[in-house]
Design a protein around this ligand. Sequence first.
Ligand SMILES: NC(=O)C1=CN([C@@H]2O[C@H](COP(=O)(O)OP(=O)(O)OC[C@H]3O[C@@H](n4cnc5c(N)ncnc54)[C@H](OP(=O)(O)O)[C@@H]3O)[C@@H](O)[C@H]2O)C=CC1
Ligand SMILES: C[C@H]1O[C@H](OP(=O)(O)OP(=O)(O)OC[C@H]2O[C@@H](n3cnc4c(=O)[nH]c(N)nc43)[C@H](O)[C@@H]2O)[C@@H](O)[C@@H](O)C1=O
Length: 315
Amino acid sequence: MDKQSRIYVAGHRGMVGGGVVRRLKALGYENIITRTRSELNLCDQAATKAFFEEQKPEIVIVAAARVGGIHANNTYPAEFIHENLASAHNCIHSAYEAGVKRLLFLGSSCIYPREAPQPMQEDCLLTGILEPTNEPYAIAKIAGLKLCQYYRKQYGVLFHSAMPTNLYGPGDNYHPENSHVLPALIRRFHEAKVDGLEEVVVWGSGKPMREFLHVDDLSEGLIHLLEIENPPDWVNVGYGSDVSIKELAETVKAVIGYEGRLTWDSSKPDGTMRKLMDNSKINATGWTPKIDLETGIRDAYEHFLKDTEAGAVRS
Ligand SMILES: NC(=O)C1=CN([C@@H]2O[C@H](COP(=O)(O)OP(=O)(O)OC[C@H]3O[C@@H](n4cnc5c(N)ncnc54)[C@H](OP(=O)(O)O)[C@@H]3O)[C@@H](O)[C@H]2O)C=CC1
Ligand SMILES: C[C@H]1O[C@H](OP(=O)(O)OP(=O)(O)OC[C@H]2O[C@@H](n3cnc4c(=O)[nH]c(N)nc43)[C@H](O)[C@@H]2O)[C@@H](O)[C@@H](O)C1=O
C-alpha cells in the first residue's frame, strides 16, 4: 500500500479500529480517514453513501460493528443481526459505488459451524448449523463476507475478508455484562482485589476452549493482508492454540495477583465448546502472531490500569 493512500478505517474508536490506526501511523501512513459513530452512523444508508461519494477513500478497513460477548449476543439478537447486516451492507455497497478498489471486511470465527472439525478451515463455512448463542451476529458476518466475495466476482473489486478469533488488548470493551470473557475477567479480578472480595464468580463450566489473539498481532495481520496482491476471499487470523476458560481464569487471576477463590456460575451459558481455527493459510503468506497469552494479558491489564486512572475505560 502506498503511504499516501487514502485509507478509511471504520470503527476507529473500537479496539480493532484503534489498533489498526496505531499500526498504520507507526508505519508512516499519513492519509487515514476516520469518523465517529455520531459523525457517521453506518446503519444510515444515505449518510454512508454521501460519505463515500465525498471522501472517495482508496482503501477501506471495516472494523465497525455491533460487538459483544456471549451474554450481549444472547440478549440483543435483533440488534446484533440488524446493525451488523446494515453497517456491513452499507459500507461494502457504498464503497463499490464510490469506486473503492480495495476493502477488507472483518468477520469472526463465529461464522463456522458449531460442530466443525477442529482446527476449523475456511472451507467448512456453511457446512453445518451455527452456535445458537451468536447465530444472529454470525449470519450478519457471513453476509458481509459473501457480499465481498460476490462484488469481487461480478465487479472485479478487491473486496476480501479476515476472520479473527477472540481478540483482546488495549481499547477493549470492559462492560461488566456485555464484554467478552477476557476483559470481563480482567475487570472482575481487578475489582475483587481492590475491594478485598473473598471470591470471584466465573460464568459457565470453565470447560469450553477459546483461542485468543492480541489486537496488535491482529492489526499487523490485517495490514499484511492488504499488502497481498491476490488474497483469499476470506482467511482465518488466529493465534494457533487455545486454552480452557478455567485455564484462562487462573492465568488472569495470577497476572492480577488476586488471592481469593474462584466459583463457577453454571446458570450462565458455555456457548460453543471449541472454535480453534486453522491459520495455515495466512501463516503461509508470512504472518504469524508474536504475543503469547500471558504476555498479552499483562499488556491488556497495564492498559486497563492506565485507562482506569484516566477515567477512559470503555464499557
Ligand atoms: N473483539 C473480538 O473479540 C472480535 C471482534 N471481531 C470483529 O472485529 C471488528 C471490531 O471489533 P472490536 O474492535 O472488538 O469492537 P468494538 O466494539 O471495540 O468497536 C466497534 C466500533 O465500531 C463502531 N460502530 C459500531 N456500530 C457502528 C455504526 N452503526 N456506525 C458507526 N460506527 C459503528 C463503534 O462505535 P462506538 O465507539 O460509537 O460504539 C466502535 O468504535 C468487528 O467487526 C468485530 O465483529 C471479530 C472477532 C473477535
Ligand atoms: C469473539 C467471538 O466469539 C464470541 O463468542 P464467545 O467466545 O462465546 O464469547 P465470550 O468471549 O463471551 O466467551 C464466552 C465463554 O467464556 C465464558 N465466560 C466465563 N466468564 C465470563 C464472563 O464474565 N463474561 C463472558 N462474556 N464470558 C464468560 C462463557 O461461559 C463462555 O464459555 C462472540 O460473542 C462474538 O463476539 C465473536 O466474534
